[in-house]
Design a protein around this ligand. Structure first.
Ligand code: HXC
Length: 257
């Protein structure tokens, strides 16, 4: 396993845990951290011992309090675009990862931190978590995909409100809006993430990847349906379907590799 400057990584029961490790800066996402997250996800995606990932933040206070504001000073328009584009590429690689990625949101998820959580497939929030897109306080807008993903998750009206007021919401409100899947007491955060991943582990990894790709293709046009039938067809090329059907016929639980 690679070592990283701003991340801690470890594997437990086939789950790669990627922890942003800048607690004294509330895990602010400087360029190096964003790049390392991309590398760590890619590394885990290619590791046959890993079937899922958890992204979280070190310390009790923050998942990530946003992009590192200190890196914004003096940027030109072109440099600003490039910062945003490069981050979007990393966050898209998380959303496109064929293995499930859960955000364990253990505190502030603001700006780029909220955008990082939204790039993950599932979000579980500790009851002390806060979410928000406070960029307009700084004279900027979300740049790591937040304008798109927040709108998809909670709808245009509420997404616009959160982004143009910069208001923070707590975990319970995030749950009501559909921004997070569950909210749990802080001590239950990692156990809940592991419980969900252990359940997913019993399913066909090929089909799990197919669901992720088809769902990601949902853009409100017929493209999503085309992606779905293409992914459905691909299932017939993989060994998992034989195991799944045989297990059903033999009245036993399937055992996918
Ligand atoms: C750099 C940050 C930071 C950030 C916190 N810190 N957030 N450094 N970038 N986003 C640093 C502080 O400077 C401080 O460092 C240390 O972390 C602790 O933070 P405090 O502010 O002292 O903590 P607290 O008073 O508890 O307040 C917590 C907070 C506040 C409410 C989360 O830190 C805050 O408002 N942070 C900024 C949140 C934000 O605006 N995020 C959006 C960023 S823009 P020192 O050295 O002083 O101890 C963005 C755009 C993404 O994310 C798209 C890019 C393309």
């Amino acid at each position: 396993m690679n070592t990283y400057t701003n991340l801690k990584t470890g594997t437990a029961d086939g789950v790669r845990v990627i922890t942003i490790n800048r607690p004294d800066k509330l895990n602010a996402l400087n360029r190096q951290t964003v790049s390392e997250i991309g590398q760590a996800v890619k590394e885990a995606a290619g590791d046959t011992e890993v079937y899922g990932m958890i992204i979280t933040g070190e310390g009790p206070k923050a998942f990530a309090a946003g992009a590192d504001i200190k890196e914004f000073s003096g940027l030109t328009k072109e440099q600003g675009m490039e910062l945003s584009r490069a981050g979007q590429e990393v966050f898209q690689s998380i959303e496109d990862c064929p293995k499930p990625v859960i955000a364990a949101v253990n505190g502030f998820a603001l700006g780029g931190g909220c955008e990082l959580a939204m790039a993950c497939h599932i979000r579980i929030a500790s009851s002390n978590a806060f979410f928000g897109q406070p960029e307009v306080n700084l004279g900027i807008i979300p740049g790591y995909g937040g304008t798109q993903r927040l709108t998809r998750y909670i709808g245009k009206g509420k997404a616009l409100e959160l982004m143009i007021t910069a208001e923070r919401i707590n975990a319970q409100t995030a749950l009501q809006l559909g921004l997070v899947n569950y909210t749990v007491p802080p001590e239950m955060l990692m156990p809940k993430c592991m419980e969900l991943l252990q359940l997913i582990r019993t399913k066909s990894p090929f089909a799990v990847g197919g669901v992720i790709r088809a769902v990601n293709a949902c853009d409100g046009t017929p493209n999503g349906y085309k992606a779905e039938y293409a992914e459905f067809g691909k299932c017939f090329t993989a060994p998992d379907i034989h195991e799944g059907i045989n297990a059903f016929l033999e009245k036993r639980a399937p055992s996918f590799r």
